[in-house]
Design a protein around this ligand. Structure first.
Ligand code: BTN
Length: 331
C-alpha cells in the first residue's frame, strides 16, 4: 500500500503502477486510466519526465518503462522488518521531503515515513537532495530523546554506522564514512544523512533522522548533482552481485536505524566509535575543515568518544564539533 493522496502525480500514479511491470501498455488503456483520448496520452505521459521517469514507445505496442520499476510497498516493508518496536510506517508516492513531513507532525516520535519522490528533498547545508521517482530510498524516522541536544552530538555518526551496516547486508562492504555523516564508496557519495531536532534544547527533544540512499539512479538520467556520486545497484552490478529489492533494502535500513535509535540514550556514540573508525574516510590524511569563510588545516587523527572531529594542527590537537563544517582531503 502506498499513499498517493498528497501527490501532484494524480492519475499519473496509476499509470506508474501499471507501467512498473516494464511491459508495453497500449495508448488506449493508458488513456482510459487518465481519462483522456489516445491522442492526448503522450502529452500527459511526458509529465512523468519531470519526476525522473523515462518512458519509451513503439508503434503498435504502446508505452513502457524499460526495465520496469521496483515500487515500495508499506505492507511488504513492515513484513520484512525484524524490529519489534511499535512503529507507525507510511509510504507516500510524493512528498516535499520526508524530513519536512515528520517535522510538521505534532509528535513525530516512532513515526517512519518513506516517499517515492521528493519535490523538495533537502541535504545538509541548504543543499537540494535530488530525489527522482521510485529509484532511491528517501526515509525519515522520528525519535524522542531526553537530555538535550548536547547528548546527541555523535548520533549522526552512529546513523552512518547503521547505513554502512545496511549496505553490507546489501552486498557492499567497502563503504567509508566521512565526518560527520557522508556515506561514500571510493570517494563518491552513496548516501546522505540529515538530522533535525526540535523541542527543548536542554531537555526532551524530538529528532528527525533522514537518510537518502542512491539505489537505481543512473548518471545518464541525472545531471544536476554537483558532487561525485554513485548508486548501490551499479556497484552490485559491477561485482555481478544480486540486486536487493527496495522493500527488503528499506526494511534492513529501518531495522538498523531503529537498533541504534533504541539504544543510543544508554550507549551514546562510544558504542559505535570503533566501528565508525574502521570505516573512517581520510583517516591520517591532511585535510581542511571549512566553517563558512574559516578554514583549519591539519591531519585527521580520528573522532572522540562523543563524535567530535580531532585534527592535529600546528597549534596541537584540536577537536571540532558538528554543525556546518565540511571536510575535504588535501591528498
Ligand atoms: C546530505 O546532504 O548528505 C543529507 C541528505 C539527506 C537526504 C535525505 S532523503 C530523506 C530525507 N528527506 C530529506 O529531505 N532529506 C533527507
Amino acid at each position: 500500500m502506498i499513499d498517493s493522496t498528497k501527490s501532484e502525480l494524480g492519475a499519473l500514479w496509476n499509470i506508474v503502477t501499471l507501467l512498473a511491470d516494464g511491459e508495453f501498455h497500449s495508448g488506449e488503456d493508458l488513456g482510459g486510466i487518465l481519462g483522456v483520448s489516445r491522442a492526448a496520452v503522450w502529452k500527459h505521459l511526458q509529465k512523468l519526465e519531470r519526476f525522473g521517469v523515462g518512458l519509451s514507445s513503439a508503434k503498435g505496442r504502446g508505452y513502457r518503462i524499460q526495465g520496469g520499476l521496483d515500487l515500495l510497498d508499506a505492507e511488504k516493508i513492515k513484513g520484512n522488518l525484524t524490529s519489534k518496536e511499535d512503529l507507525d510506517l507510511r509510504v507516500f508516492a510524493q512528498l516535499d521531503s520526508t524530513n519536512s513531513f515528520l517535522m510538521r507532525e505534532q509528535n513525530p516520535s516512532r513515526k517512519i515515513c518513506l516517499a517515492e519522490f521528493q519535490s523538495a528533498g533537502r541535504g545538509r547545508r541548504g543543499r537540494v537532495w535530488v530525489s527522482p521517482l521510485a529509484q532511491n530510498i528517501y526515509c525519515s524516522i522520528g525519535w524522542e530523546f531526553d537530555g538535550g541536544v548536547a547528548a546527541l552530538e555523535g548520533l549522526s555518526l552512529a546513523i552512518g554506522v547503521a547505513v554502512a551496516r545496511t549496505l553490507q547486508i546489501a552486498g557492499v562492504n567497502d563503504v567509508t564514512l566521512k565526518w560527520p555523516n557522508d556515506v561514500l564508496h571510493q570517494n563518491k557519495k552513496l548516501a546522505g544523512i540529515l538530522i533535525e531536532v526540535m523541542g527543548d534544547p536542554v531537555g526532551c527533544c524530538q529528532v528527525v533522522v533522514g537518510v537518502g540512499l542512491n539505489v537505481a539512479m543512473q548518471h545518464s538520467q541525472i545531471i544536476d548533482i554537483d558532487q561525485p556520486w554513485t548508486a548501490l545497484n551499479s556497484l552490485l552490478a559491477k561485482e555481478a552481485k544480486p540486486i536487493m529489492e527496495r522493500n527488503y533494502l528499506a526494511a534492513a535500513m529501518i531495522d538498523n536505524l531503529i537498533a541504534i535509535l533504541t539504544d543510543y540514550h544508554q550507549t551514546g556514540f562510544a558504542r559505535y566509535h570503533s566501528e565508525w573508525m574502521q570505516k573512517a574516510a581520510y583517516f591520517g590524511d591532511r585535510v581542511v575543515l571549512r566553517n563558512g569563510q574559516q578554514t583549519v588545516t591539519g591531519r585527521f587523527s580520528g573522532v572522540s568518544s562523543t563524535g567530535a572531529l580531532c585534527l592535529e594542527t600546528d597549534l596541537g590537537e584540536q577537536t571540532f564539533h558538528g554543525g556546518e563544517l565540511s571536510l575535504r582531503s588535501l591528498s
